[in-house]
Design a binder for this molecule. Structure first.
Ligand SMILES: [Zn+2]
Ligand SMILES: [Zn+2]
Length: 272
C-alpha cells in the first residue's frame, strides 16, 4: 500500500494541521481542514426565506413554509434578483476556506466548496430552469493580480449540475471597487458597487433565466448590481447561488466540539 506509506511518512516528517483548530491531519482527503471542523460548519436547511435564502427556524412546523420571505425581507424593498440560495453558514472552517480560496491552492479549495454547493443545489434547487451560470466578476486589474476569479472556479465546477446552462462570462466589473468586506457601513457598501457592472454590448440575455455564482453574499450590494446589469441586458430572472451566507441568529447552531488532546492524537496514529 504505497499510498498509506506516503501518508505515514508525510505525517511524521511534514505534518499538516487543520487551518481551523490546528489538529494534525491524518488524511490527505481534504488537506486543509479536519473532518470535524468541516462537518461542524452549519449546512443551511429549509424552510428558507424566499428572498435572502436564510433559514427560518421560527416557521418550522408550519407546513407549507417554502413560499415566505423573512420579516427583514418583507420590510425591505424587493431586490432586483429573485432569490438567494446559500449552502452553509459563513463561519468557522467555511469562512476560513473562503479566505484561503483567494490566495492558496485554489483548485482544491474551490472543489471542496463546490461539492457543498452541489449537494445543496441537488437537494434544494430546480437546476433545469437556468440558461446561464454567470460568475460575479472581478475587475480586470484585480483579476490579473490574483491570477483567477474564485467565483468562476466555482461556476466551472458546478456547471455539470445544470443540464441546460452554459458558463457565461459576459458580465464584467467596469470600474474597480473596494473589497466589500472591508467596509463596515451598509450604505457605503451599496454605494461602493453602484454602476460597477455591465454586460458586454454584443451579449443578449433576452428571455433568459440566469444564476449568478459567488463565494459569499454579505450586504447583497454586489449581487444586486450584477442583477441590475443582467436585467438591463434582457434577463427575465436572476437567482444567486453562493457557498456561504452570514447568519446572525446563532441560537439553534451546534457549538464547536472539544478537541482531543495530544495523547489521543498519538493513539489514533498508532492504531492505524
Ligand atoms: Zn479542525
Ligand atoms: Zn429574508
Amino acid at each position: 500500500m504505497p499510498e498509506a506509506w506516503t501518508l505515514t511518512f508525510n505525517n511524521l516528517f511534514f505534518p499538516i494541521f487543520c487551518r481551523q483548530c490546528q489538529y494534525p491531519l491524518l488524511t490527505q482527503e481534504n488537506g486543509y481542514f479536519c473532518p470535524e471542523c468541516w462537518a461542524l460548519s452549519t449546512r443551511l436547511e429549509p424552510p428558507f426565506c424566499t428572498v435572502c435564502g436564510r433559514p427560518q427556524a421560527a416557521r418550522l412546523g408550519f407546513g407549507a413554509v417554502e413560499n415566505f420571505p423573512c420579516p427583514a425581507c418583507r420590510a425591505a424593498p424587493a431586490p432586483p434578483y429573485r432569490r438567494v440560495f446559500g449552502a452553509v453558514a459563513y463561519e468557522g472552517a467555511i469562512a476560513e476556506a473562503i479566505k484561503l480560496l483567494k490566495f492558496h491552492d485554489r483548485g482544491r479549495i474551490a472543489h471542496l466548496l463546490a461539492e457543498i454547493m452541489a449537494a445543496f443545489a441537488e437537494r434544494e434547487m430546480n437546476c433545469g430552469q437556468y440558461d446561464d451560470l454567470v460568475p460575479v466578476p472581478l475587475h480586470r486589474v484585480r483579476r490579473r493580480a490574483r491570477g483567477f476569479n474564485q467565483a468562476q472556479l466555482l461556476a466551472k465546477e458546478l456547471l455539470p449540475l445544470f443540464p441546460r446552462a452554459r458558463l457565461n462570462q459576459s458580465l464584467s466589473r467596469i470600474r474597480p471597487t473596494r473589497t466589500q468586506s472591508t467596509i463596515k457601513d451598509h450604505k457605503e457598501r451599496l454605494q461602493n458597487v453602484v454602476g460597477a457592472f455591465a454586460v458586454d454590448r454584443e451579449e443578449n440575455f433576452d428571455g433568459r433565466t440566469v444564476l449568478l455564482i459567488d463565494d459569499v453574499v454579505t450586504s447583497g450590494g454586489t449581487v444586486s448590481e450584477c442583477a441590475h446589469a443582467l436585467l438591463r441586458a434582457g434577463a427575465v430572472h436572476v437567482d444567486v447561488l453562493v457557498a456561504a451566507l452570514p447568519i446572525e441568529d446563532s441560537e439553534s447552531r451546534p457549538k464547536q466540539g472539544r478537541r482531543e488532546d495530544a495523547r489521543s492524537i498519538w493513539s489514533r496514529f498508532v492504531t492505524r
